[in-house]
Design a protein around this ligand. Structure first.
Ligand code: FAD
Length: 482
C-alpha cells in the first residue's frame, strides 16, 4: 500500500495555487496519497493578482485579464465552476491606439496578426509611412537567419519587418507585455512562434497567413471568446475559488509565513526528504518541494544546495512598474476616451507605457456615470519615475494623459499600486540558463521550480507550468526520477 507522501508548495501566487490544484488532481489519478501544504509570505493569497472593490468600482492592481487562446486559464476556470463569470471585452468599442509622433493612431483589433489584408487600416491610421509599409512587406523576401543563436526581439523584427514597423507598432505591443527593453529580450524565450514561422515559411507574414489557413475550424461548442477575457468581478475571484477548493480538499494553506531556507534532511536510495525552514524557526519536513516564488527568491533558497543554480537564478532580472487607476466623471471625458486605450512606443521617450480605458473595455468595472482608466508606468530603463511619491507620480501621469489625449479633468478616485521587482525579464540566453538551472537541480529528487520567471509570464502560462510541475512531482513520488 502507498504511504502518505508530503509536498510543500512555496509561493501562493497563481503559479503555486494552480500547482497545488493540479497536484491534488494528478496524485489522486495516480493513486498516490499526498498531503500538500502551500506557504506564502504575504497575508493575502494570489501574489500579483489583486482586485480592489471600492464602492461600485472594480480595480485590478496587477493583471486585469488573460489571453483566451492559451487554454489553461479557461480550463482552470471551468474546473472551478467559474465559466459563467468569464467576460469578454466590450464588443462595441474594440479599438486600440498607438501614440506616435504627437498623436494617437487607431489600430485594427488583433494587430499582432500582421497580414497584408490588414494593410488598409494601417495605411489609414498613418502610423507607418509608405516606405515603412514597403519595408514591412519585404519580410516576404528577407533571407532566413540560419544560425540557432538567440537573438533579441528588436534585432529579429527589425531584420524581418524593418525599423519603422517594429519601433512604432510591435515594440509597444510586445515589449510592453514584459515592461521590458526589446534590445535585451530574447525572441526565442518571449515569442518563439515567430522564430518558428521564419524557419518554416521563410517569412513571418507568409507563415502567419499559412497558419491561419491551416488552423482547424474553431469549435462552436463553447461561447465565443475575445482575445482577452477576465472575470466579471475581478481576477481575485479565481484566487478565491482556488483557495476554497484547496481548503475543501484538505490542503494546508499557511499564509503570512515566509520561508527562510531549505535543507536536505536525508537522502537514501533515491528518496529525498527536505526541511522547509519557516520564519519563526520551525521546520516542515516534506518528500517533495515546489518553488513557485520569484526567481530571485528561489535563488536564495536553492543556493546552499546548488550554488550554480542559485547564481543562474539570480541572473533573471525583474523590472519594477506601477499601475495608477483613476475614476473620472464620465461627462468630463466624453469624446476623449474611446476604444480600449493606447500604448506608447519606447522610442517616444514618454513616461506612460500604456493607458487602458478600463470601464470601456470591461463595462462591469465602473458605474455608467464614471470612467475608470488604468495607467501603466515603469519598466526596464524607465524605472526612475517610481522614485516619485504617490502625489507626484499621479501628477506626472495626469500630465501625460493631458498631453497625449487631452484628459484634464480632476479624477474623483485615484489608486497607486507599485510593483517592485515584479516583471521577470527573459533576456538573451534565457532558455540556455533555464537548461543549466534544471541540470544543476536535477540531482535533487522531487525539487521542482515553477512560476512566471521561467516559461511564460501570462496567467495561462503560469497555470500550464504549474500543472507540469505537479506532473513532475507525481512522477517522482510514484518512483520515477523527475
Ligand atoms: C502590473 C502587472 C500587470 C500584469 N498584467 C497581466 C495581464 O493583464 N495578464 C496576464 O496574463 N498577466 C499579467 N501580468 C503577469 C502575471 O500577473 C504574473 O506573471 C503572475 O501573476 C505571476 O504569478 P506567480 O505565481 O508566478 O508569481 P507571484 O504572483 O509573484 O507569486 C509569488 C508568491 O511568492 C510569495 N513569496 C515570495 N517570497 C516568499 C518566501 N520567501 N516564502 C514564502 N512565499 C514567498 C509571494 O508573496 C507571492 O505571493 C501582470 C503583472 C503585473 C505585475
Amino acid at each position: 500500500m502507498n504511504s502518505l507522501r508530503t509536498v510543500a508548495v512555496i509561493g501562493g501566487g497563481i503559479s503555486g495555487l494552480s500547482t497545488a490544484f493540479a497536484l491534488q488532481e494528478r496524485a489522486a489519478a495516480a493513486g498516490i496519497p499526498i498531503h500538500c501544504t502551500v506557504i506564502d509570505a504575504a497575508p493575502e493569497w494570489g501574489g500579483k493578482i489583486v482586485t480592489h472593490r471600492v464602492g461600485d468600482l472594480v480595480t485590478e492592481a496587477g493583471p486585469d485579464s488573460f489571453l483566451s487562446q492559451k487554454s489553461a486559464g479557461i480550463e482552470l476556470c471551468a474546473k472551478l465552476g467559474l465559466t459563467d463569470q468569464l467576460i469578454n471585452t466590450n464588443e462595441t468599442s474594440k479599438r486600440a491606439s498607438v501614440y506616435s509622433r504627437g498623436r494617437l493612431h487607431e489600430l485594427p483589433e488583433g494587430l499582432v496578426v500582421i497580414t497584408p489584408n490588414q494593410l488598409g487600416p494601417f495605411l489609414r491610421s498613418g502610423l507607418l509611412s509608405w516606405t515603412g509599409l514597403a519595408r514591412m512587406g519585404m519580410d516576404l523576401a528577407v533571407p532566413v537567419k540560419r544560425s540557432r543563436e538567440d537573438e533579441s526581439l528588436a534585432s529579429f523584427f527589425r531584420r524581418r519587418v524593418g525599423r519603422q514597423a517594429f519601433d512604432r507598432m510591435l515594440e509597444p505591443l510586445m515589449a510592453g507585455i514584459y515592461a521590458g527593453n526589446a534590445e535585451q529580450m530574447s525572441v526565442q524565450a518571449t515569442f518563439p512562434r515567430f522564430v518558428e514561422l521564419e524557419q518554416q515559411y521563410g517569412s513571418v507574414i507568409r507563415g502567419m497567413m499559412a497558419s491561419r489557413k491551416e488552423a482547424p475550424p474553431t469549435s462552436h461548442s463553447g461561447p465565443k471568446r475575445t482575445m482577452f477575457i477576465s472575470l466579471k468581478n475581478g481576477l481575485s475571484d479565481l484566487v478565491a475559488a482556488l483557495v476554497r477548493r484547496l481548503t475543501e480538499q484538505g490542503v494546508t494553506l499557511k499564509g503570512h509565513c515566509t520561508v527562510d531556507a531549505l535543507r536536505v534532511r536525508s537522502h537514501q536510495l533515491g528518496r529525498w526528504r527536505y526541511d522547509v525552514i519557516l520564519h519563526d524557526g520551525s521546520a516542515l519536513s516534506v518528500d517533495s518541494l515546489v518553488l513557485a516564488t520569484p526567481a530571485y527568491v528561489s535563488a536564495e533558497l536553492v543556493r546552499p544546495l546548488t550554488p550554480i543554480a542559485g547564481g543562474l537564478l539570480e541572473l533573471i532580472p525583474y523590472a519594477s512598474t506601477a499601475t495608477i487607476a483613476m475614476a473620472y466623471p464620465r461627462a468630463a471625458v466624453s469624446g476623449v476616451a474611446e476604444g480600449f486605450g493606447f500604448i506608447v512606443p519606447r522610442a517616444e521617450g514618454r513616461d506612460l507605457i500604456a493607458a487602458t480605458w478600463t470601464s470601456l473595455k470591461w463595462p462591469h468595472r465602473a458605474p455608467p456615470d464614471q470612467l475608470l482608466v488604468r495607467c501603466y508606468v515603469g519598466g526596464v530603463g524607465r524605472e526612475a519615475i517610481l522614485q516619485l511619491d504617490d502625489k507626484a507620480l499621479v501628477a506626472r501621469v495626469r500630465e501625460e494623459l493631458a498631453s497625449i489625449c487631452g484628459v484634464t479633468a480632476e479624477p474623483g478616485y485615484v489608486e497607486v499600486n507599485r510593483w517592485m521587482k515584479a516583471m521577470p525579464q527573459y533576456t538573451l540566453g534565457h532558455l540556455d540558463r533555464l537548461n543549466q538551472i534544471e541540470a544543476a537541480l536535477s540531482r535533487y529528487g522531487g525539487l521542482v521550480l515553477t512560476g512566471a520567471g521561467y516559461r511564460g509570464v501570462g496567467i495561462p502560462d503560469c497555470i500550464r507550468d504549474g500543472a507540469l510541475a505537479a506532473e513532475r512531482v507525481v512522477r517522482y513520488l510514484s518512483g520515477e526520477r523527475a
